[in-house]
Design a protein around this ligand. Sequence first.
Ligand code: GSH
Length: 220
Amino acid sequence: MITLYGFPFSNYHNMVKHALMVKGLDFDEQITYPGSPELAAVNPMGKVPAMKTAQGTTLSESSVLLEYLEDAYPQPALLPRNAEDRARVRRITKLSELYLELSARRLLPAVLANADIPPATLTEVRETMERGVNGLKVLAAFSPYVAGPELSVADIFLRYALAIPKLVGPTHLNLDVLAAVPGLAEWDAMMADTDIARKIDADQQANAPEFMAYVAKRLA
Ligand SMILES: N[C@@H](CCC(=O)N[C@@H](CS)C(=O)NCC(=O)O)C(=O)O
């Protein structure tokens, strides 16, 4: 059986968990936090998520895990069949990670610690996120899914990539990503309205106290 290592408050963990659930795969969710020996044993980078495949291979990096799941368990498909459409999906996935998730994430340590953020950092992060917003405005189809009529890995990735932009955008950057991209808020509500998303969101809420205690310990 596949083992997924991570914790349900993590947006990256949840991307992979969501794909596992869409594909109907049995998996063992091992709750592990960065800094633990259990995680270090399966991911030398010490980040979540990590995975041990049913064959015993250990893997890390969410995008790698998502690609692995598609390769190993192609049905139900989360990538289209032809190369052009697959590349369009991957382009939106990459945009979501580089311009929205990773840029907003730069603010997270200061936001969690309630610390001041240098104005130059805020400007840099906002400018990068604006590129992502502009990219989504052009590339997202929302018909009804982000890359077209079928649910794809781009939908799953974007749903969880938006977590930190939603958190820090309005409060620190005067940037409401959901409002800035026509159709994004409706797509986001549609994505939340599935049994899988509800289960993942419920697990995330249930994990919040333990995650906050972990953060408090790390900051102490
Ligand atoms: N590039 C990694 C990012 C994963 C990531 O940032 N995970 C966070 C939790 S959401 C983490 O483990 N942070 C701990 C750390 O940076 O030490 C991936 O795609 O899996």
